[in-house]
Design a protein around this ligand. Sequence first.
Ligand SMILES: [Zn+2]
Length: 283
Amino acid sequence: MPELPEVETVRRGLAATITGRTIADVEVLHARPVRRHLPGRDDFETTLVGRTFAEPRRRGKYLWLPFVDGDAVLAHLGMSGQFRLEPSEVPEAPNTRIRLQFSDGEPELRFIDQRMFGGLSLSPGGAELPAEIAHIARDPFDPEFVVSDVVRRLRQKRTSVKRALLDQQLISGIGNIYADEALWRARMHYARATQTLPVARARELLRHAADVMRSALDDGGTSFDSLYVSVNGSSGYFDRTLAVYGRDGQPCPRCGTPIVREPFMNRSSYRCPRCQPARLYLR
Ligand SMILES: [Zn+2]
């Protein structure tokens, strides 16, 4: 699943290309990507026509496309969802699922999703914040993100620091990649108990998480998977500067020790055994 920088890259691309445009026609090519739109596929095709997009918004990894009428389209990118703006005469890419045409002409907006874990749905009244994602915590780029609140709640949790970083109801936007990168920058083992973290270390970890995501965003998102592309089809390249994620066996950029990969929550965690030793934190 794309993390905050990738989703923000998509949001910016959409902001520049669909804001202020009015939908003229909607074509749903496969029912599965609109399964969360409970009134059904035909309703999705008709209810959007005539509506005008306001600027797309994001919270954490979640993206929504508000309309000026106060409703919104909630966009789940899932594992492989992407948007592309293309002239309507350009042949559909494989796995094109939804096409939106605009009253001002070209280009049209296409939603492409190979694995179809993602999709689009109308969120009535969702322009400010869709009810479906109201439980998601603010992310570190949110002007109303309060570090001291998150630090306090993080230290009250009885869990490991990596689980806390991945908890979207504590802090949103961080997934496996940026959690591992932030922990490496903070020289912290992923299994360290949150209750053992001094306030200063917790603050430091959150600062690293924000910094690593900001760097990725500056680079246009991570292209660890060719399925993630920004709206014009170009991919980011931040993967070249990842320190630990996906780099097992390669030298730690700081100390040269080979990075290790360990099972974690049905996925993997990457760490430098020297910079991020287990010490007494494993329990
Ligand atoms: Zn190291």
